[in-house]
Design a protein around this ligand. Structure first.
Ligand code: ADP
Length: 260
C-alpha cells in the first residue's frame, strides 16, 4: 500500500527522534571548533556510528575544505536538502554549499537561522548522530538553533588562553540556560610539539581548560596538541582522525569520551 501523509509524518518524526544532535560550540572563532567537529565526526564513524555533519558556521564555513567536498552543490527533494557524501563516507551539508560565504556575512539573524534550519532538517536518513559545527559566539542564531533543534548535548572547545576561556564560559551558560546537557570541554592547541627539537612547550599556558571545566562542573574531554600535522592535514581535506598518527589518537580519545 501507498503510505499516507500521516504515515510519512510519523516516519519522519521517528527519524528525527532517532538522530541525536551534538552541538560543537565555542565562545569565539579560531579556536579549532571546525577542526574538532570534522575529526569528531570521522572518529565516531570509525567507532561504528552512523554520523552526519553540519557546518553551521555562517561567518567562516570550512567543513567543505576540511572534508574535501568543495565546489559541490546539494540537491533537494520535496523542499528538503539531500546531504552530500564526502569522500570519507560522512554525509554533510555546509552553509558554504548554500551561499557565497562573502554574502552570508551580511545576513541578519533570521535569515541565517532559517538557512541553518534547512541544513539540520535535511534528509539525514539513518544518521544516529549529527555533529553541528556551530557559529562562534552566543547570539541570536545560536540561541534559536538550540531552542528549535534541541541538541542532545554540547561539546565546548577552548584554547588554553584565559580570554578564550572567558568566552567559553559564555557558551557554557547559553547551553545551561536552554537545558542542553553539556557533554564536556575540549582544550585545543594545548602544548606545542616542536618538530625540530622534539621538546614540548605551552605557548598559551597549560591546564587552564581542565581547571575551568572543573570549576564549571563539566567533564574534561581531553587536550588536542597544537601540531603542524593537524593544520596541514586539515588544509588538505584529510582529517587526522582518519589516520593513525598521534594527533588522530588525541581526537579518538575525545570521541570515545563523547560516545560514553
Ligand atoms: P574555528 O572553527 O574555531 O574558527 P578552525 O577549526 O577553523 O577554528 O581552526 C582555525 C585554524 O587553526 C585552522 O587553520 C586550523 O587548521 C588550525 N588548527 C586548529 N586546531 C589546530 C591544532 N590543534 N593544531 C594546529 N592547527 C590547528
Amino acid at each position: 500500500t501507498v503510505p499516507g501523509v500521516t504515515d510519512v509524518r510519523i516516519a519522519m518524526t521517528a527519524e528525527r527522534k532517532a538522530m541525536r544532535i551534538i552541538a560543537v560550540a565555542s565562545g569565539k572563532g579560531g579556536v579549532g571548533k571546525s577542526t574538532l567537529s570534522a575529526n569528531l565526526a570521522v572518529a565516531l564513524k570509525r567507532m561504528g556510528f552512523s554520523v552526519g555533519l553540519v557546518d553551521a558556521d555562517i561567518y567562516g564555513p570550512s567543513q567543505a575544505r576540511l572534508m574535501n567536498s568543495e565546489d559541490r552543490k546539494p540537491e533537494a527533494r520535496d523542499k528538503r536538502l539531500i546531504p552530500l557524501d564526502s569522500p570519507l563516507g560522512i554525509p554533510m551539508l555546509s552553509m558554504a554549499h548554500l551561499v557565497d560565504p562573502g554574502k552570508a556575512l551580511a545576513w541578519r539573524g533570521p535569515m541565517a537561522g532559517n538557512a541553518l534550519s534547512q541544513l539540520i532538517d535535511a534528509e539525514w536518513g539513518s544518521a544516529e548522530v549529527l555533529i553541528v559545527d556551530m557559529p562562534p559566539g552566543t547570539g541570536d542564531i545560536q540561541l534559536s538553533m538550540v531552542q528549535k533543534h534541541k541538541p542532545a548535548g554540547a561539546v565546548i572547545v577552548s584554547t588554553p588562553q584565559d580570554l578564550a576561556l572567558i568566552d567559553a564560559r559564555r557558551a557554557v551558560s547559553l547551553f545551561e540556560q536552554t537545558q542542553v546537557p553539556l557533554i564536556g570541554l575540549v582544550e585545543n592547541m594545548a602544548g606545542y610539539s616542536c618538530p625540530h627539537c622534539g621538546g614540548i612547550s605551552d605557548p598559551f599556558g597549560a591546564g587552564g581548560a581542565e581547571a575551568a571545566a572543573a570549576q564549571l562542573g563539566m567533564d574534561f574531554l581531553g587536550r588536542i596538541p597544537l601540531a603542524i600535522d593537524i593544520r596541514v592535514r586539515s588544509d588538505a581535506g584529510d582529517p587526522p582522525a582518519a589516520g593513525e598518527g598521534a594527533a588522530g589518537q588525541a581526537f579518538h580519545a575525545v570521541a570515545q569520551k563523547v560516545a560514553d
